[in-house]
Design a protein around this ligand. Structure first.
Ligand code: SF4
Ligand code: SF4
Length: 406
Protein backbone atom coordinates (compact mmCIF):
# COMPACT_ATOMS: atom_id res chain seq x y z
CA UNK A 1 0.00 0.00 0.00
CA UNK A 2 1.25 3.46 -0.85
CA UNK A 3 2.61 5.22 2.20
CA UNK A 4 0.64 8.27 3.19
CA UNK A 5 3.13 11.07 3.40
CA UNK A 6 0.88 13.92 4.40
CA UNK A 7 -2.35 14.27 6.34
CA UNK A 8 -4.56 11.18 6.10
CA UNK A 9 -6.27 11.15 2.75
CA UNK A 10 -9.98 11.70 2.67
CA UNK A 11 -12.21 11.16 -0.31
CA UNK A 12 -15.32 13.08 -1.12
CA UNK A 13 -17.84 10.46 -0.06
CA UNK A 14 -16.43 10.53 3.49
CA UNK A 15 -18.00 13.98 3.77
CA UNK A 16 -21.40 12.81 2.56
CA UNK A 17 -22.88 13.73 5.93
CA UNK A 18 -22.00 17.30 5.04
CA UNK A 19 -23.42 17.58 1.55
CA UNK A 20 -26.49 15.47 2.25
CA UNK A 21 -27.31 17.52 5.34
CA UNK A 22 -26.87 20.97 3.70
CA UNK A 23 -30.29 22.59 3.96
CA UNK A 24 -29.62 25.34 1.41
CA UNK A 25 -30.20 27.89 4.16
CA UNK A 26 -27.59 30.13 2.46
CA UNK A 27 -26.21 31.55 5.66
CA UNK A 28 -22.83 30.85 4.06
CA UNK A 29 -23.27 33.53 1.40
CA UNK A 30 -22.46 36.37 3.77
CA UNK A 31 -20.45 37.46 6.78
CA UNK A 32 -21.26 37.31 10.48
CA UNK A 33 -23.34 40.49 10.12
CA UNK A 34 -23.20 41.39 13.80
CA UNK A 35 -19.46 42.01 13.31
CA UNK A 36 -19.79 43.96 10.06
CA UNK A 37 -21.13 47.49 10.46
CA UNK A 38 -21.99 48.13 6.78
CA UNK A 39 -24.60 46.16 4.81
CA UNK A 40 -22.73 47.07 1.59
CA UNK A 41 -20.14 44.50 2.67
CA UNK A 42 -22.37 41.69 3.89
CA UNK A 43 -21.92 39.40 0.86
CA UNK A 44 -18.70 37.46 1.14
CA UNK A 45 -18.57 34.61 -1.40
CA UNK A 46 -16.54 35.89 -4.35
CA UNK A 47 -17.73 33.26 -6.85
CA UNK A 48 -21.41 33.56 -5.93
CA UNK A 49 -21.30 37.36 -5.87
CA UNK A 50 -19.52 37.50 -9.22
CA UNK A 51 -21.38 34.84 -11.22
CA UNK A 52 -24.78 35.24 -9.50
CA UNK A 53 -26.09 31.70 -9.89
CA UNK A 54 -26.85 29.50 -6.93
CA UNK A 55 -24.39 26.87 -8.19
CA UNK A 56 -21.51 29.30 -7.59
CA UNK A 57 -22.36 29.66 -3.90
CA UNK A 58 -21.50 26.95 -1.39
CA UNK A 59 -25.09 25.69 -1.27
CA UNK A 60 -25.04 25.01 -5.03
CA UNK A 61 -21.71 23.20 -4.92
CA UNK A 62 -22.95 21.08 -2.00
CA UNK A 63 -25.89 20.07 -4.22
CA UNK A 64 -23.50 19.22 -7.05
CA UNK A 65 -21.50 17.01 -4.65
CA UNK A 66 -24.71 15.26 -3.66
CA UNK A 67 -25.73 14.80 -7.29
CA UNK A 68 -22.34 13.34 -8.19
CA UNK A 69 -22.51 11.00 -5.21
CA UNK A 70 -25.79 9.41 -6.25
CA UNK A 71 -24.85 9.47 -9.96
CA UNK A 72 -27.73 11.80 -10.66
CA UNK A 73 -25.45 14.06 -12.71
CA UNK A 74 -22.25 13.73 -14.74
CA UNK A 75 -19.36 16.21 -14.70
CA UNK A 76 -19.78 18.95 -17.31
CA UNK A 77 -17.81 21.93 -18.52
CA UNK A 78 -20.01 24.27 -16.43
CA UNK A 79 -19.41 22.14 -13.37
CA UNK A 80 -15.67 22.52 -13.84
CA UNK A 81 -16.07 26.29 -14.16
CA UNK A 82 -18.11 26.34 -10.94
CA UNK A 83 -15.54 24.27 -9.06
CA UNK A 84 -12.45 26.14 -10.25
CA UNK A 85 -13.87 29.64 -9.72
CA UNK A 86 -14.20 28.83 -6.01
CA UNK A 87 -11.44 30.67 -4.15
CA UNK A 88 -11.37 28.00 -1.40
CA UNK A 89 -11.45 31.01 0.89
CA UNK A 90 -13.33 29.21 3.71
CA UNK A 91 -15.75 32.07 4.25
CA UNK A 92 -18.69 29.70 3.70
CA UNK A 93 -17.21 27.20 6.14
CA UNK A 94 -16.69 29.93 8.72
CA UNK A 95 -20.42 30.68 8.57
CA UNK A 96 -21.76 27.16 8.20
CA UNK A 97 -19.66 25.54 10.89
CA UNK A 98 -21.04 27.91 13.52
CA UNK A 99 -24.63 26.88 12.92
CA UNK A 100 -24.55 23.50 11.18
CA UNK A 101 -21.05 22.15 11.86
CA UNK A 102 -20.56 21.38 8.16
CA UNK A 103 -17.35 21.79 6.17
CA UNK A 104 -18.29 23.12 2.73
CA UNK A 105 -14.80 24.32 1.79
CA UNK A 106 -13.36 20.91 2.64
CA UNK A 107 -16.03 19.36 0.40
CA UNK A 108 -14.91 21.62 -2.49
CA UNK A 109 -11.25 20.72 -1.96
CA UNK A 110 -12.15 17.04 -2.15
CA UNK A 111 -14.36 17.65 -5.20
CA UNK A 112 -11.27 19.04 -6.90
CA UNK A 113 -9.30 15.92 -5.94
CA UNK A 114 -12.10 13.82 -7.42
CA UNK A 115 -12.06 15.95 -10.58
CA UNK A 116 -8.32 15.43 -11.01
CA UNK A 117 -8.59 11.68 -10.34
CA UNK A 118 -11.35 11.37 -12.92
CA UNK A 119 -9.60 13.59 -15.47
CA UNK A 120 -12.00 16.57 -15.61
CA UNK A 121 -9.91 18.93 -13.47
CA UNK A 122 -8.07 21.25 -13.17
CA UNK A 123 -8.59 23.90 -15.91
CA UNK A 124 -6.44 23.65 -19.07
CA UNK A 125 -4.89 27.02 -18.08
CA UNK A 126 -3.40 25.38 -15.01
CA UNK A 127 -1.21 23.05 -17.10
CA UNK A 128 1.56 25.66 -17.35
CA UNK A 129 1.96 25.66 -13.56
CA UNK A 130 2.58 21.92 -13.47
CA UNK A 131 4.94 22.14 -16.44
CA UNK A 132 6.95 24.81 -14.66
CA UNK A 133 7.10 22.65 -11.55
CA UNK A 134 8.53 19.81 -13.65
CA UNK A 135 11.11 22.08 -15.15
CA UNK A 136 11.95 24.55 -12.40
CA UNK A 137 10.67 23.10 -9.09
CA UNK A 138 8.46 26.17 -8.82
CA UNK A 139 5.12 26.82 -10.53
CA UNK A 140 5.84 30.34 -11.75
CA UNK A 141 8.47 29.80 -14.44
CA UNK A 142 11.39 31.14 -12.42
CA UNK A 143 14.84 29.68 -13.06
CA UNK A 144 15.54 27.10 -10.35
CA UNK A 145 19.22 28.11 -10.17
CA UNK A 146 18.20 31.63 -9.13
CA UNK A 147 15.84 30.59 -6.32
CA UNK A 148 18.27 31.71 -3.63
CA UNK A 149 19.17 35.05 -5.23
CA UNK A 150 16.74 37.02 -3.05
CA UNK A 151 19.05 36.49 -0.04
CA UNK A 152 22.23 37.89 -1.60
CA UNK A 153 24.07 40.13 0.82
CA UNK A 154 22.08 39.10 3.90
CA UNK A 155 23.94 37.35 6.74
CA UNK A 156 21.91 34.18 6.55
CA UNK A 157 23.57 30.81 6.97
CA UNK A 158 23.63 28.42 4.06
CA UNK A 159 21.86 25.18 4.93
CA UNK A 160 22.67 22.29 4.97
CA UNK A 161 26.39 23.18 4.68
CA UNK A 162 26.16 25.20 7.87
CA UNK A 163 23.96 24.53 10.90
CA UNK A 164 21.30 26.95 12.12
CA UNK A 165 18.47 26.87 14.64
CA UNK A 166 15.91 28.38 12.30
CA UNK A 167 15.16 27.49 8.69
CA UNK A 168 13.74 30.43 6.76
CA UNK A 169 11.65 28.94 3.95
CA UNK A 170 11.02 31.74 1.44
CA UNK A 171 8.48 29.97 -0.79
CA UNK A 172 7.53 29.99 -4.47
CA UNK A 173 6.12 33.51 -4.78
CA UNK A 174 8.80 35.39 -2.84
CA UNK A 175 11.61 33.65 -4.69
CA UNK A 176 10.18 34.14 -8.18
CA UNK A 177 8.60 37.63 -8.19
CA UNK A 178 11.14 40.49 -8.17
CA UNK A 179 8.39 42.82 -6.89
CA UNK A 180 8.30 40.79 -3.66
CA UNK A 181 12.04 40.78 -3.11
CA UNK A 182 12.08 43.71 -0.73
CA UNK A 183 9.38 42.08 1.40
CA UNK A 184 11.11 38.71 1.76
CA UNK A 185 14.45 40.34 2.52
CA UNK A 186 12.75 42.50 5.15
CA UNK A 187 11.31 39.40 6.83
CA UNK A 188 14.66 37.63 6.98
CA UNK A 189 16.50 40.78 8.07
CA UNK A 190 14.04 41.35 10.93
CA UNK A 191 14.91 37.90 12.28
CA UNK A 192 18.62 38.67 12.02
CA UNK A 193 18.06 41.99 13.82
CA UNK A 194 16.52 39.97 16.66
CA UNK A 195 19.73 37.96 16.92
CA UNK A 196 18.30 34.66 15.68
CA UNK A 197 20.48 31.97 14.16
CA UNK A 198 18.82 31.73 10.73
CA UNK A 199 19.67 29.84 7.56
CA UNK A 200 18.10 29.20 4.15
CA UNK A 201 18.34 26.44 1.61
CA UNK A 202 19.07 28.97 -1.16
CA UNK A 203 18.85 27.37 -4.61
CA UNK A 204 18.25 23.99 -2.94
CA UNK A 205 14.84 25.15 -1.73
CA UNK A 206 11.99 23.63 -3.77
CA UNK A 207 8.25 24.27 -3.99
CA UNK A 208 6.07 23.36 -1.02
CA UNK A 209 3.52 21.98 -3.52
CA UNK A 210 0.58 23.89 -2.02
CA UNK A 211 -0.67 25.15 -5.37
CA UNK A 212 -0.99 21.60 -6.70
CA UNK A 213 -2.92 20.61 -3.59
CA UNK A 214 -5.32 23.52 -4.06
CA UNK A 215 -5.89 22.48 -7.66
CA UNK A 216 -6.74 18.97 -6.48
CA UNK A 217 -3.57 17.12 -7.53
CA UNK A 218 -2.73 15.48 -4.22
CA UNK A 219 -0.35 12.93 -5.75
CA UNK A 220 1.77 15.66 -7.30
CA UNK A 221 1.67 17.64 -4.07
CA UNK A 222 2.89 14.60 -2.15
CA UNK A 223 6.03 14.25 -4.26
CA UNK A 224 7.02 17.74 -3.09
CA UNK A 225 5.91 17.10 0.46
CA UNK A 226 7.98 13.89 0.68
CA UNK A 227 11.12 15.58 -0.59
CA UNK A 228 10.72 18.59 1.67
CA UNK A 229 9.97 16.52 4.76
CA UNK A 230 13.14 14.48 4.21
CA UNK A 231 15.21 17.64 3.73
CA UNK A 232 13.70 19.48 6.71
CA UNK A 233 14.13 16.51 9.07
CA UNK A 234 17.80 16.21 8.11
CA UNK A 235 18.74 19.83 8.79
CA UNK A 236 18.83 19.73 12.59
CA UNK A 237 16.76 22.92 12.85
CA UNK A 238 14.40 23.62 15.74
CA UNK A 239 12.06 25.98 13.91
CA UNK A 240 10.85 26.42 10.36
CA UNK A 241 9.54 29.89 9.69
CA UNK A 242 8.01 31.12 6.47
CA UNK A 243 6.48 34.35 5.23
CA UNK A 244 4.61 32.32 2.58
CA UNK A 245 1.14 31.82 4.02
CA UNK A 246 0.29 28.94 1.70
CA UNK A 247 3.52 27.15 2.62
CA UNK A 248 2.76 27.63 6.32
CA UNK A 249 -0.66 26.10 5.69
CA UNK A 250 0.67 22.88 4.11
CA UNK A 251 3.58 22.57 6.55
CA UNK A 252 1.19 22.69 9.49
CA UNK A 253 -1.82 20.93 8.10
CA UNK A 254 -0.20 18.37 5.81
CA UNK A 255 3.52 17.87 6.53
CA UNK A 256 3.20 17.93 10.32
CA UNK A 257 2.61 14.23 10.94
CA UNK A 258 5.90 13.27 9.24
CA UNK A 259 8.00 16.22 10.42
CA UNK A 260 10.33 15.68 13.36
CA UNK A 261 8.09 16.45 16.38
CA UNK A 262 10.82 18.70 17.81
CA UNK A 263 10.52 21.08 14.85
CA UNK A 264 8.12 23.97 15.33
CA UNK A 265 6.49 25.50 12.26
CA UNK A 266 5.66 29.19 12.47
CA UNK A 267 4.32 31.80 10.14
CA UNK A 268 6.52 34.91 10.12
CA UNK A 269 3.82 37.02 11.82
CA UNK A 270 3.81 34.65 14.82
CA UNK A 271 7.58 34.76 15.22
CA UNK A 272 7.81 38.54 14.81
CA UNK A 273 5.09 39.06 17.37
CA UNK A 274 6.91 36.77 19.85
CA UNK A 275 10.23 38.57 19.28
CA UNK A 276 8.54 41.90 19.98
CA UNK A 277 6.99 40.56 23.16
CA UNK A 278 10.37 39.28 24.38
CA UNK A 279 11.97 42.63 23.60
CA UNK A 280 14.32 41.16 20.98
CA UNK A 281 12.89 43.65 18.52
CA UNK A 282 12.26 47.21 19.62
CA UNK A 283 10.70 49.47 16.96
CA UNK A 284 11.53 53.11 17.61
CA UNK A 285 11.27 54.93 14.32
CA UNK A 286 7.92 56.58 13.57
CA UNK A 287 6.07 55.20 10.55
CA UNK A 288 3.25 57.74 10.10
CA UNK A 289 0.73 55.66 8.16
CA UNK A 290 -3.01 55.06 8.30
CA UNK A 291 -2.97 51.36 7.49
CA UNK A 292 -5.69 48.73 7.27
CA UNK A 293 -4.73 45.11 7.88
CA UNK A 294 -6.02 42.45 5.46
CA UNK A 295 -6.40 38.94 6.91
CA UNK A 296 -5.22 36.35 4.36
CA UNK A 297 -7.71 33.44 4.18
CA UNK A 298 -5.16 30.71 4.86
CA UNK A 299 -3.69 32.57 7.83
CA UNK A 300 -6.92 33.73 9.40
CA UNK A 301 -9.83 31.40 8.84
CA UNK A 302 -7.58 28.39 8.33
CA UNK A 303 -5.22 28.92 11.27
CA UNK A 304 -6.94 31.38 13.48
CA UNK A 305 -3.94 33.71 13.31
CA UNK A 306 -5.58 37.10 13.66
CA UNK A 307 -3.81 38.72 16.59
CA UNK A 308 -0.11 38.13 15.80
CA UNK A 309 0.07 40.45 12.75
CA UNK A 310 -2.02 43.08 14.53
CA UNK A 311 0.34 42.95 17.51
CA UNK A 312 3.23 43.62 15.13
CA UNK A 313 1.45 46.62 13.62
CA UNK A 314 0.42 47.99 17.02
CA UNK A 315 4.10 47.95 18.01
CA UNK A 316 5.01 50.27 15.12
CA UNK A 317 5.26 53.86 16.41
CA UNK A 318 3.15 56.37 14.49
CA UNK A 319 1.10 53.76 12.64
CA UNK A 320 -2.68 54.08 12.96
CA UNK A 321 -4.22 50.63 12.57
CA UNK A 322 -7.62 50.60 10.88
CA UNK A 323 -9.95 47.66 10.28
CA UNK A 324 -11.92 46.60 7.21
CA UNK A 325 -15.69 46.31 7.73
CA UNK A 326 -15.01 42.66 6.79
CA UNK A 327 -12.18 41.93 9.24
CA UNK A 328 -10.71 38.81 10.88
CA UNK A 329 -13.06 35.83 10.31
CA UNK A 330 -15.23 38.00 8.02
CA UNK A 331 -12.31 38.88 5.72
CA UNK A 332 -12.94 38.93 1.96
CA UNK A 333 -10.51 36.89 -0.17
CA UNK A 334 -7.97 39.02 -2.07
CA UNK A 335 -8.70 37.13 -5.31
CA UNK A 336 -5.50 35.09 -5.03
CA UNK A 337 -7.11 32.02 -3.45
CA UNK A 338 -7.61 28.53 -4.85
CA UNK A 339 -5.35 28.97 -7.88
CA UNK A 340 -8.29 30.80 -9.53
CA UNK A 341 -6.23 33.70 -10.84
CA UNK A 342 -4.17 31.47 -13.15
CA UNK A 343 -7.30 30.42 -15.08
CA UNK A 344 -9.61 33.40 -14.51
CA UNK A 345 -7.41 36.49 -14.10
CA UNK A 346 -10.22 39.01 -14.74
CA UNK A 347 -12.44 37.56 -12.07
CA UNK A 348 -9.52 37.37 -9.61
CA UNK A 349 -8.77 41.02 -10.29
CA UNK A 350 -12.46 41.91 -9.87
CA UNK A 351 -12.27 40.40 -6.38
CA UNK A 352 -9.08 42.29 -5.52
CA UNK A 353 -10.68 45.54 -6.70
CA UNK A 354 -13.67 44.93 -4.44
CA UNK A 355 -11.27 44.60 -1.49
CA UNK A 356 -9.39 47.71 -2.61
CA UNK A 357 -12.71 49.61 -2.68
CA UNK A 358 -13.34 48.45 0.89
CA UNK A 359 -9.84 49.57 1.95
CA UNK A 360 -10.49 53.02 0.45
CA UNK A 361 -13.82 53.14 2.28
CA UNK A 362 -11.94 52.87 5.61
CA UNK A 363 -9.91 55.98 4.80
CA UNK A 364 -6.63 54.02 4.85
CA UNK A 365 -3.53 55.17 2.99
CA UNK A 366 -2.12 51.66 2.89
CA UNK A 367 -3.13 48.01 2.95
CA UNK A 368 -0.78 45.86 5.00
CA UNK A 369 -0.98 42.10 4.79
CA UNK A 370 1.15 39.05 5.45
CA UNK A 371 0.85 36.87 2.35
CA UNK A 372 2.73 37.24 -0.95
CA UNK A 373 -0.33 36.36 -3.05
CA UNK A 374 -2.44 39.05 -1.37
CA UNK A 375 0.33 41.61 -1.95
CA UNK A 376 0.46 40.65 -5.65
CA UNK A 377 -3.31 40.89 -6.06
CA UNK A 378 -3.59 44.26 -4.33
CA UNK A 379 -0.68 45.67 -6.33
CA UNK A 380 -2.43 44.59 -9.51
CA UNK A 381 -5.69 46.18 -8.37
CA UNK A 382 -3.92 49.45 -7.50
CA UNK A 383 -2.14 49.47 -10.85
CA UNK A 384 -5.26 48.89 -12.92
CA UNK A 385 -7.45 51.36 -11.04
CA UNK A 386 -4.83 54.10 -10.60
CA UNK A 387 -5.60 54.15 -6.87
CA UNK A 388 -3.23 56.00 -4.50
CA UNK A 389 -3.37 53.12 -2.03
CA UNK A 390 0.01 51.77 -0.95
CA UNK A 391 0.50 48.06 -0.38
CA UNK A 392 2.96 46.66 2.15
CA UNK A 393 4.01 43.32 3.47
CA UNK A 394 3.94 43.22 7.28
CA UNK A 395 7.71 42.69 7.58
CA UNK A 396 8.46 45.76 5.43
CA UNK A 397 6.57 48.01 7.83
CA UNK A 398 8.26 46.46 10.86
CA UNK A 399 11.75 46.76 9.40
CA UNK A 400 11.10 50.40 8.57
CA UNK A 401 10.15 51.01 12.22
CA UNK A 402 13.44 49.38 13.30
CA UNK A 403 15.22 52.02 11.24
CA UNK A 404 16.77 49.37 9.00
CA UNK A 405 16.92 48.87 5.27
CA UNK A 406 17.55 45.92 2.99
S1 SF4 B 1 -23.34 24.96 3.28
FE1 SF4 B 1 -24.14 25.21 5.38
S2 SF4 B 1 -24.70 27.38 5.58
FE2 SF4 B 1 -24.46 26.92 3.38
S3 SF4 B 1 -26.52 26.42 2.64
FE3 SF4 B 1 -25.56 24.49 3.25
S4 SF4 B 1 -26.16 24.20 5.39
FE4 SF4 B 1 -26.58 26.34 4.91
S1 SF4 C 1 -14.84 28.84 -0.43
FE1 SF4 C 1 -15.19 31.06 -0.74
S2 SF4 C 1 -15.49 31.28 -2.97
FE2 SF4 C 1 -15.76 29.09 -2.47
S3 SF4 C 1 -17.96 28.85 -2.13
FE3 SF4 C 1 -17.03 29.22 -0.12
S4 SF4 C 1 -17.21 31.45 0.18
FE4 SF4 C 1 -17.53 31.03 -2.02
Amino acid sequence: MKKRITAPREVLHELQQDYFICTKCKICQGVHVQFCPESRFWRNCPSGTRFRWDAYYASGKMEIARGLHINEIEPTESMRHILYTCMLCSSCQEQCYEVKQLHPTRVFELMREKAVREGWGPMPEHAALAESLEENDNPFGADRKKRGDWAKGLSLKSLPKEKAEVLFYAGDAYTSDPALRHAVRAAAQALLEAGLDVGTLGAREISDGSLMLMLGDRDYFETYAAQNIETFNGLGVKTIVTPDTHAAWVFKEEYARELDPDIKVLHISQLLSRLLKKGQLAPQKEVPLKAVYHDPCKLGRRFDIYEAPRKVLRAVPGLELLEFPRATFNSLCCGGGGGVRYAFPDYALWTAKERLFEAEWTGAEAIVTSCPYCVQMFNQAVETTGSDMKVYDLAEVLLESLGKEV
